[in-house]
Design a protein around this ligand. Structure first.
Ligand code: AMP
Ligand code: MN
Ligand code: MN
Ligand code: MN
Length: 296
């Protein structure tokens, strides 16, 4: 009886350690549309008492080495990540690749093609904005993009704010840059199957980011989750700065029903541009398998 006690205690401690771990597995640096460099971001995350941190820039892996260096220096556990833009049916989705090998050629080649698509889209966005009298947006957006090969709508939004067209980034998205507004350009991102394949080729775990953000009805959401599971997708981001507490409960239910591991991440983009600070979200709801347990 007592012989088994240390093992049982270890199991209980391990269980609580894993559940209570302050994991933040979704964030952005200046390599995509975040405001802090990978080093600055990693320092900020470390100050906020995060135990396990992933940098997940949009469609680019080039911030990971710098962030890992700083995390190692600070004694912070670091996970290599990426957030891949995908077109599923007619909806743009974001799929997180967590614990990927940043040197993997298949993943790098796939992301290079996505970034070329972004560059072409940016040109068309600027032409569309010029048609409503807002000139110079391509050059303008580029001023806010540290990484010239990873241009996104947020860089345009920052230019629209700083040139006085709108008061803040949120209004830039509300009045421009979204479907039906000037500056919105319909775009074909890679297939869900391709993104998952690249992530798996790189040894990573595929997680659907902020499922509550896509405006999908109950049936399309179930269809998406079923297809994602059939394609080998492993996880669902349940706790995110983009979800209300109702949505966290709702997607916790989906994670259980579909057998997905659950992830937690702030989607931090920098001071003043995010709903949630790193490490400050509620813990994962009970009864879920944390995605980080897949990597032990
Ligand atoms: P893109 O991948 O270039 O189409 O840009 C998507 C990014 O724009 C997201 O990752 C967010 O950072 C940002 N974004 C999208 N919608 C909004 C919004 N309504 N308000 C602020 N930022 C937004
Ligand atoms: Mn973003
Ligand atoms: Mn996203
Ligand atoms: Mn994100």
């Amino acid at each position: 009886m007592f012989g088994r006690l240390p093992g049982i205690i270890f199991t209980i401690l391990f269980f609580f350690d894993s559940i209570l771990l302050n994991a933040d597995l979704h964030s952005h640096s200046t390599i995509s549309d975040g405001l802090l460099t990978p080093t600055e971001l990693t320092r900020r995350v470390s100050e906020l008492a995060v135990d396990l941190f992933a940098l997940t820039d949009h469609d680019d892996l080039r911030g990971l080495a710098e962030a890992r260096n700083e995390a190692d220096r600070l004694g912070l556990r670091f996970i290599n990540g990426v957030e891949i833009s995908v077109t599923w049916e007619t909806t743009t989705l974001h799929v997180l690749g967590l614990n990927v090998d940043p040197e993997n050629a298949v993943l790098n080649d796939g992301l290079a093609v996505v970034r070329e698509g972004r560059t072409k889209r940016a040109q068309l966005m600027a032409e569309d904005l010029a048609r409503v009298g807002i000139q110079g947006c391509l050059e303008g957006a580029h001023k806010y993009a540290t990484n010239k090969e990873m241009i996104g709508r947020t860089h345009f939004a920052r230019y629209l704010v700083d040139s006085g067209v709108v008061n803040d980034v949120r209004s830039a998205f509300k009045h421009y840059l979204v479907r039906g507004k000037p500056g919105y350009v319909k775009h074909q991102w890679p297939d869900l199957a391709d993104a998952i394949r690249w992530i798996h080729e790189a040894g990573g775990t595929a997680v659907i980011a902020h499922p509550g953000r896509y405006g999908l009805g109950a049936n399309p959401m179930r269809r998406l989750l079923g297809q994602f599971r059939d394609l080998g997708g492993e996880g669902l981001e349940v706790v995110t700065g983009n979800h209300t507490s109702d949505q966290m409960r709702h997607y916790a239910g989906h994670a259980k029903n579909f057998g997905f591991a659950a992830s937690r991440g702030s989607d931090y983009h920098g001071p003043g541009e995010s709903y949630s600070l790193p490490g400050k979200l509620p813990p994962l709801p009970d009864g879920l398998r944390p995605v980080w347990e897949l990597w032990d």
